[in-house]
Write a protein that binds this ligand. Structure first.
Ligand SMILES: NC(=O)c1ccc[n+]([C@@H]2O[C@H](COP(=O)([O-])OP(=O)(O)OC[C@H]3O[C@@H](n4cnc5c(N)ncnc54)[C@H](O)[C@@H]3O)[C@@H](O)[C@H]2O)c1
Ligand SMILES: [Zn+2]
Length: 338
């Protein structure tokens, strides 16, 4: 950071959980590099990724006299990254910011790509913009303190990348899954690096999400519906998209793209991680009703990201509702090996 900025004051935005774990290490390191450091904590939780919290942060930045060239450091998971990035994008028409993602999901997904946002009571991420961080610093050591459920939810996004990229990444994950779950360092380094490369490449081609960036939403159409039906509490995002990816695979199977064994390959790796792969809590019609509310569905009809084969995603418009119903029925009923 000393080489990136001329200013010698940095403002860290974080939450109490992450601050207790890593606040002192990061501020100590910055102080050694000559920075004076302020830590601004916001309460823990998705519900604080809001305009109200952003407004409180603006007040605190104003009272600190924060200026245009003083960097903001987002230290935490995706909630903090999105919120601090949004504040950085808007305070004084934009101040530089750095991402230090500490959850696996944030390391492989939200910290890269420059989407920043806060939630609105009517929907997640409704208020936001595109604003790239000056740098993203990832320390895999932070994953040691991440709750296991959060780690597994992050792995759902990792597996998502492997389905949309045909470069042997899926086989690599299948082979090394136990080592990944044990947090084997060289293997983790390899997967976080590969995911960041895949995301960066997709985002470079379509930064503003007008076309091909949508492939990053594999499993997310059904996944978002499940998340919403669970009131954003029952399922973590990664858990919901785990079910959503299997659902999308069944749709692709119904349409004659994927073979049944390829759907089973989805279920196999996700359930080895311990992620859900069945629609067990909600009915098919609940999911379809909820998808019709989804903003993407409304504006783009029943558009799904589907795989023609593993590693080859396509955007498929107007999937017939009858096909979606059949696929959701399989998602509820089919058991592996039956
Ligand atoms: N901008 C994007 O492109 C993008 C992409 C995907 C998701 N998101 C957003 O990301 C958010 C979800 O992010 P998330 O899954 O990281 O959730 P999160 O930020 O809520 O973090 C999960 C939990 O882990 C804790 N935590 C984080 N790092 C830790 C560590 N090293 N040790 C111990 N505890 C730690 C957090 O305090 C929190 O309780 C959502 O708001 C979602 O909308 C954004
Ligand atoms: Zn996601």
């Amino acid at each position: 950071m000393a080489s990136l900025f001329t200013s010698r004051r940095a403002i860290i935005i974080t939450n109490p959980t992450v601050s207790n774990l890593y606040g002192a290490v990061i501020s100590g390191s910055l102080q050694k590099a000559g920075f004076s450091v302020h830590i601004l904590e916001v309460p823990e939780g998705e519900k604080y990724k809001s305009l109200e919290t952003a407004a409180e942060l603006y007040d605190r930045l104003v009272s600190l006299g924060a200026r245009r060239f003083e960097p903001i450091v987002a230290l935490g998971g995706g909630v903090i990254g999105d919120l601090a990035g949004f504040v950085a994008a808007t305070y004084m028409r934009g101040v530089p910011y750095i991402q230090i993602p500490t959850s696996l999901l944030a390391q492989v997904d939200s910290s890269v790509g420059g989407k920043v946002a806060v939630n609105h009571p009517q929907g997640k991420n409704l208020i936001g913009c595109f604003y790239q961080p000056r740098a993203v610093f990832i320390d895999l050591e932070t994953l040691a303190t991440l709750p296991e459920r959060q780690l597994k939810a992050g792995l759902a996004e990792v597996i998502k990348y492997s389905f949309i990229r045909n470069d042997g990444f899926l086989s690599f994950l299948e082979k090394n899954l136990n080592l990944i779950l044990e947090l084997n360092r060289p293997i983790l380094l390899e997967i976080v690096k590969r995911c960041c490369q895949i995301k960066a490449k997709v985002v470079e081609e379509d930064e503003k999400d007008l076309g091909t960036r949508a492939i990053l939403n594999y499993g997310h159409t059904i996944g978002h519906a499940i998340e919403a039906l669970g009131g954003y509490e029952k399922y973590l995002h990664g858990e919901a998209i785990s079910i959503g990816m299997v659902g999308a695979a069944w749709i692709a199977c119904e349409l004659g793209f994927l073979k049944r064994e390829e759907v089973e390959r989805h279920e196999e790796i996700l359930s080895r991680v311990g992620l859900p792969t069945k629609l067990s809590e909600f009915s098919e019609s609940q999911v379809i009703d909820q998808m019709q509310w989804d903003k993407k569905w409304v504006s783009e009809k029943s558009r799904f990201v589907l795989l023609e084969k593993i590693g080859s995603p396509i955007l498929y418009s107007d999937v017939p509702v009858s096909v979606i119903k059949k696929a959701l029925r399989r998602l509820s009923l089919e058991r592996r090996g039956e």
